[in-house]
Design a protein. Structure first.
Length: 237
């Protein structure tokens, strides 16, 4: 049913692309008992501001909120274990989101181009930050990476212009190609001893980067190539 005055809607289903491109949806509550939100269900709903998803939902499809440019508030259910690819991509007004502890996997580009996202805390069960997950989150200032993470994939934080510092946990073994490229506010980073592979352009155009520390040795930004060479030499041994 709909409340035309407040433009709110209680939805009894959310199938694949069911509400794609709808401009009349502003505030949405999905009814208790719904168990699945289909792929692209709310894609392109440019006036959608808030949505509440009940705990009965255990499956959320890809691209569910892609390009929901006005979305500022979303409550995710406690039981989901994955956030699929492009789920919140292009949600330019989303400043914060609480990711349930049940989430074990966040797929590629899930939060790409969330330009207002300022901080995020990843659950302890997440083991990989996938390709482009937080790319072009231009306002992102801080992120809590749990000790369970072992891989930071290509372009994971590419273009995060406001990110000044990041703490990588011991146990991370790989930093992918361009992972922190164009993070122009990043000032320093300590790479854990567990890292054995850093991709090319991992710190490309990090123009504020003063130092990178790895295995007790500090490198300046101009010495990034030396760092990569040292790591590759260690791999060859």
């Amino acid at each position: 049913m709909n409340d035309k005055e407040n433009k709110t809607a209680v939805l009894n289903s959310a199938g694949e692309e069911e509400y794609k491109g709808r401009l009349d949806l502003v505030n949405v509550a999905i009814a208790d008992g719904v168990t699945e939100i289909g792929e692209g269900a709310f894609e392109g709903c440019k006036n959608l501001v808030s949505i509440t998803i009940p705990d009965s939902v255990t499956e959320i499809g890809s691209m569910i909120f892609t390009d929901c440019e006005s979305l500022t508030s979303v409550k995710l259910p406690c039981g989901i274990d994955v956030i699929r690819h492009l789920a919140f991509s292009g949600c330019k007004s989303l400043a914060s989101i609480n990711i349930p502890d049940s989430v074990k996997m966040i797929f590629t580009l899930a939060f790409a181009n969330c330009k207002s996202l300022k901080s995020i805390k990843l659950p302890c069960g997440v083991t990989e930050i996938c390709t482009g997950t937080f790319s072009c989150c231009e306002d992102l200032e801080s992120i809590n990476i749990p000790g369970s993470v072992t891989k930071i994939a290509s372009a994971a934080f590419l273009g995060c212009k406001s990110l000044k510092s990041i703490s990588l946990p011991e146990g991370v073994s790989k930093i992918g190609r361009g992972a922190f490229a164009f993070c122009e506010s990043l000032e320093n980073i300590v790479i854990p001893d567990s890292v054995t592979d850093i991709g090319i352009y991992a710190f490309k155009d990090c123009t504020s980067l003063d130092s990178i520390t790895y295995k007790g040795k500090t490198y300046s930004y101009d010495e990034v190539d030396n760092l990569l060479e040292d790591i590759n030499n260690r791999k060859a041994q």
